[in-house]
Structure formats: structure tokens, C-alpha cells
Design a protein around this ligand. Structure first.
Ligand SMILES: Nc1nc2c(ncn2[C@@H]2O[C@H](COP(=O)(O)OP(=O)(O)OP(=O)(O)O)[C@@H](O)[C@H]2O)c(=O)[nH]1
Ligand SMILES: [Zn+2]
Length: 349
């Protein structure tokens, strides 16, 4: 670190691709980009700053025409993350991408308005992603003002079945119903993020929770697909000192989770597997499998078991791909080392 250019701590409060806004502890906002040295050092995409990250920045006069402003900064370092929401990098690679960092509570938002917004499969994928990031999930069923009581009850019980041990809140961003109870799920100074498909009402919830109009709400198209979303992410401070992150709607969530995170989403299967004869039981036909026993006796539903296997397979696939990449990188590294050694020996003789 250069003594003439002291780095100051800041938090990423806005992000559009690799353009950031960071807030310093004195409240000053600065347009920021990563420094050349940072870019040179990073090994993977997930190491780039993400919304919510704590960073060290160097204040600068002006960066370039795109990020120009009276206050600008260069991000020199991303501080260790307490938690990180990640997804598989779109485009078939084996790299992960950070969606948001240092989040304490993730509000997994689904809508009750009869669109394609509620499916148990989507809920489980979102939950698993949240668990994989080391974040506490809370399920939010929005738009209760336009759903019949019977539908609300049905969806609530499906949510409880698929998210055992997770709080489920039935709310309306429009009428404010259920919001006081929802707010009790986090405390001051915590960071909360809104996660869910496009059009479920994340921005509306943000506005309702903040008590003012912060974000433009989009109109849902007739096909329930929601408005066109961008990659823009922003962190909003709430009156109680907590912060809320509104993430763009997730259209297709490629799981980035290991098998343990999947197990977190299925606590009853985790509990049962403690009685399996083999510690590494895959619950797919080994003798003495308590999960299979529970299936036969009807204690565990076949749908739940199938979803468990499906997500386990997906997590295992991601792990194998990542392992292969790590192996290939290792081989490349060793080839380079032996090449260097050969040329060193040749020069030495
Ligand atoms: N009836 C009703 N409509 C709601 C409620 N919350 C949101 N909406 C409507 O649903 C539509 C989508 O809301 P948004 O808040 O833009 O949804 P979003 O999840 O932020 O969508 P993306 O930004 O695309 O991810 C808007 O037309 C809202 O007015 C609610 O509680 N009740
Ligand atoms: Zn088993």
C-alpha cells in the first residue's frame, strides 16, 4: 500500500455490470471501478465486487468519461465476504458469479396471483441458492390482495411443505397487509435482499417497506412474464438502519450449490439419513436406508424425494464440472513448471 494514497473502506451500494457506486462511512457516494492492479490480480469472475461488498477504495479525481463525477474512486480490494449469493455464470461456463454479498436475510418472493410465479421447483432452487450462500431465507408470498382465501391457504401449505423450518409470510405490497410481521424477521444494521422471478413484486415490496417511492414498478405483461429487466442492482438504506437490496428478476437460475446446501433445503431427509446404515448413503437403493424406509411407509412423499434427487444430481454435476476445470488448470500449471525447468536446465548447461 502506498503511504501517499491511503485506501478507505466503503460499501458497494449500486452496481451496473462493472460500474459501481460506493458509499464511504462518512456517507459520501463515489462512482467507482476496479483498479488496474485489482484486475491483474483476480483469478475468477466471482472475485469482482458485487452489490453489498465491503471494499477498500482509493479516492480519485476523475476516472474517465463514463464514470466521471465529482467523487470517483478506484476499488483496490474486496474484503472477505460474510455471505455471498452466487449463481452459475450464464453461458455454460463453470465459473460462478456473485449476485450479492454480505446479505443476512434473503426474502424469497413468490406471487399468489395465479401466474407461473409459484412453483415448488422454483422455491426449492431459490432456497438452495440462499442456503449455499450462507444466508437465512424467509419465504414471502406477495399479492394476497388479489388471491382467494382458498388459493392463499393452498399455496401457503405447499410453501410450508417445501420449506420446512423457514418462516412463510403472506403479504401485499399494495395494501401493506402482513408487512409489519415481515419486518420483524431482521434487525437494524442487517442487510436484506429481495430475490424472486420477474413481476412477483420485489420493487413494490421495496417501496412499501421503505415507506416511499424509490423504484419504478413495472407493469406485468398479460403473459405474467413481468417487465423487461436490467442488470441494475441497488442497496437502499431503511429508516431502522437496515439495508434492502433489490435484485433484478431471476429468469433462469442455474444452481450454484454443493450437495450440502441441497441437504439444507431438505431437513427431514437430513434427519432421516442419520439412521442410514452407510454414512455416505445416496438413498437410492443401498441396504439399511432410512430414507427409502420412510418412502415405503409413506412418511416421506415421493414428490419431495424426487425433487431432492433432482437437485442433488444438479449440484453433483456442477461440482464435477468445477473439479474438471480445477484439474485442467492444475495440469496446465505443472506443464508450465516443467517447461520452465527444462529451459532453465538447458540454459544452465
Ligand atoms: N395486486 C397486487 N399487485 C402487485 C403487488 N405487488 C406488486 N404488484 C404489481 O405487480 C407488478 C410487478 O411488480 P414489480 O414490483 O415491478 O415486480 P418485480 O418483482 O420488481 O419485477 P422485476 O423488476 O421485473 O423483477 C406491478 O404491476 C405491481 O403493481 C401486490 O401486493 N398486489
Ligand atoms: Zn439412505
Amino acid at each position: 500500500m502506498n503511504a501517499n494514497t491511503p485506501f478507505v473502506p466503503a460499501r458497494v451500494v449500486e452496481q451496473q455490470h462493472h460500474y459501481y457506486t460506493v458509499a464511504a462511512p462518512d456517507g459520501i457516494h463515489m462512482a467507482a471501478r476496479v483498479s488496474g492492479a485489482f484486475e491483474y490480480r483476480v483469478a475468477s469472475r466471482s472475485e469482482y465486487p458485487s452489490i453489498g461488498d465491503a471494499v477498500l477504495v482509493e479516492r480519485a479525481k476523475s476516472l474517465d468519461s463514463q464514470a466521471a463525477g465529482s467523487n470517483t474512486a478506484l476499488i483496490q480490494q474486496v474484503l472477505p465476504r460474510a455471505s455471498v449469493l452466487q449463481r452459475l455464470n450464464p453461458g455454460g461456463s463453470t465459473e460462478s458469479q456473485a449476485i450479492a454479498a454480505n446479505v443476512d436475510v434473503a426474502l424469497v418472493v413468490l406471487a399468489l396471483d395465479g401466474g407461473r410465479a409459484f412453483t415448488a421447483g422454483l422455491l426449492l432452487r431459490l432456497l438452495t441458492t440462499v442456503y449455499a450462500g450462507g444466508i437465512r431465507p424467509v419465504v414471502v408470498l406477495n399479492k394476497c390482495d388479489c388471491a382467494e382465501e382458498q388459493i392463499i391457504q393452498q399455496v401457503t401449505s405447499t410453501a410450508h411443505e417445501n420449506a420446512p423450518e423457514v418462516s412463510v409470510h403472506v403479504v401485499s405490497a399494495h395494501t401493506g397487509a402482513g408487512l409489519p410481521g415481515l419486518c420483524k424477521e431482521w434487525s437494524a444494521n442487517q442487510t436484506v435482499c429481495l430475490l424472486g422471478a420477474s413481476g412477483v413484486g420485489k420493487s413494490s415490496l421495496l417501496n412499501a417497506l421503505a415507506g416511499r417511492q424509490l423504484e419504478r414498478e413495472g407493469a406485468v405483461r398479460a403473459d405474467h412474464r413481468g417487465r423487461h429487466t436490467t442488470t441494475h442492482k441497488k442497496l437502499y438504506p431503511l429508516a431502522d438502519g437496515s439495508s434492502l437490496i433489490d435484485l433484478p428478476g431471476i429468469r433462469e437460475l442455474q444452481l450454484w450449490a454443493n450437495e450440502d446446501a441441497v441437504t439444507d433445503s431438505f431437513p427431514e431427509i437430513a434427519e432421516l439419513s442419520m439412521d442410514c446404515r452407510f454414512d455416505d448413503c445416496s438413498h437410492t437403493g443401498e441396504p439399511g436406508c432410512a430414507v427409502q424406509d420412510a418412502l415405503s411407509s409413506g412418511m416421506l412423499s415421493p414428490e419431495r424425494y424426487d425433487r431432492y434427487l433432482e437437485l442433488q444430481r444438479e449440484a453433483a454435476y456442477v461440482r464435477r464440472r468445477v473439479d474438471q476445470r480445477a484439474q485442467a488448470e492444475e495440469q496446465r500449471r505443472w506443464k508450465q513448471i516443467s517447461r520452465d525447468q527444462r529451459s532453465f536446465r538447458r540454459r544452465g548447461t
